[in-house]
Ligand binder design. Structure first.
Ligand code: ADP
Ligand code: MG
Length: 702
């Protein structure tokens, strides 16, 4: 069937091959269907008509309606053409000037014909004049469809190259007018009447016509609402579909028992009381595990909120039901810390653990593999080394992924493959995704939140200083060290300036060694081989070094409760969530802890906001909301894990009300008619199929 939306824009009036080529290159627009989604970036109201007699002199832009009484082409002294015309609206006269495109204007501007114009008057001597006004011809005849004046006028984004080809905002406006003239009647509905009524939406056609050429501000708002809704709706349909699939197809082993291992630990070996938040999350987890469906749950909790304990107690449930567990971490250091902590707790109830990281000796590794394959080992703790083919489990029932955002979807899935049916899946992250974003992104993942820190923690005090305060800051560090504490000093490191950054860290290390001569200063960075790095880290853990200089390698996980101070150099160069993660390395023991942010002198507006946010709050959820606001969803999530499609109009932060409506409508629709087979949903089904064809996202991030 012929579909006008597949038509090449080369064939659209006023476009042609050259312009079409630029459109393809600059905007990735090739078809009518793609062009119609090229939306204005702003609108200007040109409906209020002024009178010449009311114009005082140099003013802002005005709209005038009247006639041309005289035209004339003259030449400047340099020999360039100027066209002038006299224009009147009955209340006075003014002069119009053109320095370019004269031939064309001369041809189209007829004396006595009614026109509307828009421009900025200036006073030249006693004469009012407007240069290069925008004009609409008001005489009714074919092709005279006023678009530029007397309307709410759309302004389109353009580029240097587009403009050079006559496709500045005004040029694109003309082309868009032609597009709607030719194809506007072919805009079909992609939702259905029920949805439109329930959600208070205007039709697809009305929305597209009004997004380009709004009849009124009210209509424009309705058009925006409708189109934003669509963008959310089809994405949410996809998530709803995934969820439905996961719930119907991903069988899991129900963990029906709470048995001796869990009870023994809980009654006799708990080192502390669980926080209410930890208890609540454990309950949510238990409810999932009792189902014959694979659990897929993300545990979000700020640094230090006690996620590891929740994971460990879930592993005890696995053991009670005859299953092994695995926990995967992004770094070897973190794996080893988990290994030590978990092993201590596991031994108390007679469970066996094993460590699997890169670079282990063959004998050690073979033993680890054997224990897992035979089922003698209950809990495997490791890095990516866990997903290698050689790693075989006897009966894997639970997979925990720590700092899940550091792993790709495929890596996580490879760990699941090691159990059959799929093991239950617990994802943990200390970089909370704001509730708003979590709601948009997750289809097949349930979210639990640990929004409470264990009692007795003193909030970290955060301060911001400039270079001029360096001596005071050093004095402060000295006092902490003399009191027996330890300190981190962190330098930024980014790929683009890695060499310079490393040099800065090394110089800083030297400076600190000289300044703090009575203390030992260690250094770790990503360029060291992992043995040296581990050695340096271990020295700090054992208090053999007092200050640890590092690039951001200490970001995740490491736990040194005696460290009470973190100094971050060039703090403005770090992202907000990253700063918060770093800060989480201190404040892990009973001591009052401090985070000192050293700021350079050239701070951007966003840089200032980041530092201010750090000073004002310790709450990871608040931090992530602010970070999301500052960076926008795309950057916030990073490309790797973001399954977020590109929304043209909608914004997941600002349009949450529409998002909520779209999400519940989509989920309800899939619940009622999973395959969208009913006749009433035909239009939705067709549009959705189209959407899936054009969307290449992997779907959800988890
Ligand atoms: P994170 O959520 O950052 O992974 P951890 O699990 O490492 O946090 O816990 C941080 C510290 O708090 C650990 O030393 C842990 O033993 C301790 N902890 C966890 N839960 C509690 C609790 N309910 N009461 C007291 N201390 C706790
Ligand atoms: Mg942790």
């Amino acid at each position: 069937m012929y579909n006008v939306w597949e038509k090449d824009i080369t064939y659209l009036k006023r476009v042609g091959p050259q312009r079409a080529e630029i459109f393809a290159k600059e905007c990735n627009i090739r078809t009518y269907g793609e062009l119609i989604h090229y939306y204005p970036r702003k609108y200007v109201d040109r409906t209020r008509i002024s009178r010449i007699s009311d114009i005082q002199g140099d003013e802002t832009f005005v709209t005038l309606v009247g006639k041309i009484t005289r035209t004339e082409v003259t030449k400047t002294r340099q020999g360039r053409g100027i066209m002038t015309a006299t224009f009147t609206d009955g209340s006075g006269f003014l002069e119009l000037n053109w320095f370019q495109g004269i031939k064309w204007i001369q041809k189209s501007l007829k004396i006595g014909e009614e026109i509307a114009l828009f421009g900025r008057p200036s006073l030249f001597g006693s004469k009012l004049q407007i240069s290069h006004p925008e004009i609409d011809y008001l005489k009714e005849e074919e092709g005279n469809n006023p678009k530029n004046v007397l309307k709410i006028v759309p302004f389109y984004p353009s580029s240097e190259k587009l403009s050079r080809m006559g496709m500045d905002s005004r040029g694109i406006r003309t082309i868009m007018g032609k597009l709607l003239e030719e194809a506007g009647d072919h805009i079909t509905e992609n939702l259905n009447n029920d949805l439109m009524r329930q959600c208070g939406l205007i039709s697809h056609r009305e929305a597209l016509l009004n997004i380009h050429f709004p009849e009124s501000w009210e209509k424009l708002e309705m058009a925006q609402r409708r189109l934003k809704f669509e963008e959310f709706f089809f994405f949410q349909l996809m998530l709803a579909g995934k969820r439905k699939d996961a719930k119907t197809h991903n069988f899991g082993n129900p963990f029906t028992q709470i048995g001796p291992y869990f009870n023994d630990f809980f009654q006799h070996h708990m080192p502390f009381d669980l926080t209410d938040a930890q208890k609540r999350v454990l309950k949510e987890v238990r409810r999932d595990l009792a189902q014959p469906i694979q659990m897929n749950r993300l545990i979000q909790g700020d640094v230090g909120s006690g996620k590891t304990m929740v994971a460990f107690m879930t592993m005890l449930m696995a053991k009670d039901n005859g299953f092994q567990s695995a926990i995967m971490t992004p770094t070897a250091i973190l794996a080893e810390q988990h290994f030590k902590k978990i092993t201590l707790m596991a031994e108390q109830v007679g469970l066996k653990t094993t460590l699997l990281v890169g670079g282990q000796r063959k004998k050690e590794r073979d033993e680890a593999l054997e224990g897992l394959a035979s089922g003698e080992t209950d809990i495997a703790i490791g890095t990516h080394a866990l997903i290698e083919d050689a790693v075989v489990f006897h009966r894997l029932g639970l997979v925990v992924v720590d700092e899940q955002h550091k792993f790709g979807v495929k890596q996580r899935a490879r760990l699941w493959q090691k159990g059959s049916p799929f093991p239950h899946n617990m994802l943990m992250t200390a970089t909370p995704i704001p509730r708003t974003l979590a709601m948009t992104l997750y289809g097949d993942v349930d979210v639990s939140i640990i929004d409470e820190l264990p009692p007795g923690r003193q909030p970290i005090k955060t301060m911001v200083f400039g270079e001029s305060k360096r001596l005071e800051v050093f004095g402060f560090i000295r006092r902490e060290l003399e009191a027996g504490r330890q300190a981190y000093v962190v330098y930024p490191l980014v790929e683009e300036s890695e060499k310079v950054d490393l040099l800065a860290a090394e110089k800083g290390h030297e400076l600190l060694e000289r300044h703090f001569s009575g203390f030992r200063v260690g250094i770790v960075h990503g360029r060291m081989n992992s043995e040296v790095k581990e050695f340096e880290m271990a020295r700090f853990v054992k208090k053999e070094t007092h200050i640890l200089v590092s690039t951001t390698v200490i970001e995740v996980g490491v736990d040194v409760s005696n460290a009470s101070l973190m100094l971050i150099e060039n703090a403005e160069r770090f992202g907000l969530s990253q700063l918060h993660q770093l800060r989480g390395r201190v404040g892990r023991g009973q001591y009052q802890s401090y985070c000192v942010l050293m700021a350079g002198h050239k701070l951007s507006a966003d840089g200032k906001k980041r530092l201010a946010a750090m000073r004002e709050t310790n709450d990871g959820f608040k931090i992530s909301e602010i970070d999301l606001e500052l960076r926008g969803p795309g950057d916030f999530l990073g490309t790797r894990q973001s399954g977020l499609p590109e929304f043209h109009l909608a914004n997941v932060v600002e349009d949450q009300d529409i998002l909520k409506i779209a999400r519940s409508a989509a989920f309800a629709l899939v619940e009622a008619d999973p395959e969208l087979t009913s006749e009433n949903n035909r239009t939705v089904r067709e549009a959705y199929r189209d959407y899936l064809r054009k969307t290449d996202t992997e779907g959800t991030i988890a």
